[in-house]
Design a binder for this molecule. Sequence first.
Ligand SMILES: NC(=O)C1=CN([C@@H]2O[C@H](COP(=O)(O)OP(=O)(O)OC[C@H]3O[C@@H](n4cnc5c(N)ncnc54)[C@H](O)[C@@H]3O)[C@@H](O)[C@H]2O)C=CC1
Ligand SMILES: O=C([O-])C1=[NH+]CCC1
Length: 312
Amino acid sequence: MDSPPIVISRDEVKRVLRYIDLIPRLESALAIFSRKNSLEIIQPLRSVIPLSKYNGFLGLMPTYMEQEGILSTKMVCFYKREDGSTLPSTQATVLLFDPEYGNVKAIIDGEVITAMRTAAASAISAKWLMPAQAEVLAILGTGNEALSHYNVFTEIFTFKEVRVWSRTRERAEAFSRSVAGPVKVCVTVEEAVKDADAIVTVTRATQPILFGKWIKPGAHVAAVGACRPDWRELDDELMREAVVYVDSREGATTESGDVILSGATVFAELGEVLNETRPALREKTTVFKSLGLGIEDAVSAKLVLERWEATQ
Ligand SMILES: NC(=O)C1=CN([C@@H]2O[C@H](COP(=O)(O)OP(=O)(O)OC[C@H]3O[C@@H](n4cnc5c(N)ncnc54)[C@H](O)[C@@H]3O)[C@@H](O)[C@H]2O)C=CC1
Ligand SMILES: O=C([O-])C1=[NH+]CCC1
């Protein structure tokens, strides 16, 4: 109880965290989240502080899960700018507290947690909402989130073709060389998403890059970027015509430019699908608008600590 916090680095998180363990924890957390029972979870809407001078934001994401004994806060900085910095544009730290006494048990690097839990949440959405015989995956963007999404989607599904698009061909080619399996480099978004069954948008775009007119009816889009109320990745047509699922209704209607500015209706939270209180309309064109939840970081951090302790 009075021992100093354990510090777990990015490399250590990478060593111990596995999708096979993470996905069931996230499914359970998303289901708990959507039951909205304050005896199970307290997770206020994230507070976001704009860092206007630096074109960035600090998000604070506290979570308490009494029955699981988890009290945590993630602090995440994310930037819109591109200035050639070698630091990641999304950086985070997760604090795990002992809820009984308030001492910090662990300080865990949040970069890999953020990338893996976000990709795992998108994969859960695809498990329920992607067409049954999905053959083609398109990834738009080539940053950290693109890589984690490539990893989990190719680990748990079998696609005949994976495509990638970036604003420059060089970046798309570098991404394609950096991953284990074959990836087709596409020069335009339209080429990348034509007849794709699953599309992942993981860019820092602030204006739409993906247009409904290019998408095959029945496709599933996991929309991960555009996490500010005035940022977009998807156009109005796609947002209004697709069935829109979100991680959190409150989050989506407060933070998502794609939801707010298009006037789209939110059909369900992913946790409601997992709880079977709302249907998974797999045969329709679907969008999962992800913004990220503190509860995802909380259960991921607990898992990291457990696995890390087991290997000491
Ligand atoms: N939903 C969630 O839980 C999370 C969302 N995010 C968001 O996901 C997005 C990607 O994050 P990271 O991979 O960490 O970022 P990153 O900086 O590693 O990669 C961003 C990618 O977007 C591209 N890009 C930048 N501006 C663009 C534009 N105007 N149009 C098209 N492409 C553009 C970059 O070339 C790069 O390929 C960001 O918007 C980030 O805020 C990040 C973490 C969690
Ligand atoms: O949940 C998260 O960590 C983030 N969502 C958008 C940027 C970072």
